[in-house]
Ligand binder design. Sequence first.
Ligand SMILES: CC(C)(COP(=O)(O)OP(=O)(O)OC[C@H]1O[C@@H](n2cnc3c(N)ncnc32)[C@H](O)[C@@H]1OP(=O)(O)O)[C@@H](O)C(=O)NCCC(=O)NCCS
Length: 169
Amino acid sequence: MIRACDKKDIPIIQAIINDGAQAYKGVIPDDCWHEPYMPLDELRREVKDGVKFWGWEEDGKLVGVMGLQDVKDVTLIRHAYIRTAARSKGIGGKLLEYLKGKATRPILIGTWAAATWAIGFYEKHGFRLVSTAERDKLLPKYWRAPQRQFDSSVVLVEVEKANKAHEGH
Ligand SMILES: CC(C)(COP(=O)(O)OP(=O)(O)OC[C@H]1O[C@@H](n2cnc3c(N)ncnc32)[C@H](O)[C@@H]1OP(=O)(O)O)[C@@H](O)C(=O)NCCC(=O)NCCS
């Protein structure tokens, strides 16, 4: 079951992110890895900055989360994490499709270039990678992160709404 998360869920959201982020260990550049991957104060700041989370609940417990953040003229998908034990059962796909339906603006996703599984997952759900030149314009415009992280990241755009936005111009 998909449900909206609220402030009470912040500790469990943090636990899910930090569990899910273990997938990056040894994969992303070593100097980009830190533990906990998501400190509590950073997550609280993200929520304050407008990241709204939805989660997948099973037997009354959240096992996966995904966030949306409206920034300027686009919507970002932020912090998509499914607990390691609950992965590859379609939960991530259901959450992503649900959030795609909620967003009315063009949707962008930023992730680690080394997270090839995540890139494949997003491509399966109607996103395409943008060029490096486009990435270099989009990352500083819509995200806040160190340049080192930008250099190790990719950006994907949801094809359907991006095309519509383009036609509208
Ligand atoms: C990416 C993620 C959110 C997908 O959620 P999920 O519930 O596992 O996704 P689904 O079951 O709907 O889809 C699974 C698909 O994702 C991709 N995928 C997920 N994990 C994978 C892995 N370890 N290796 C390769 N592909 C993987 C595959 O395309 C897979 O399809 P398949 O099951 O047919 O092989 C989840 O795997 C996750 O939390 N990963 C670790 C954190 C992460 O990378 N988050 C993305 C941050 S932007």
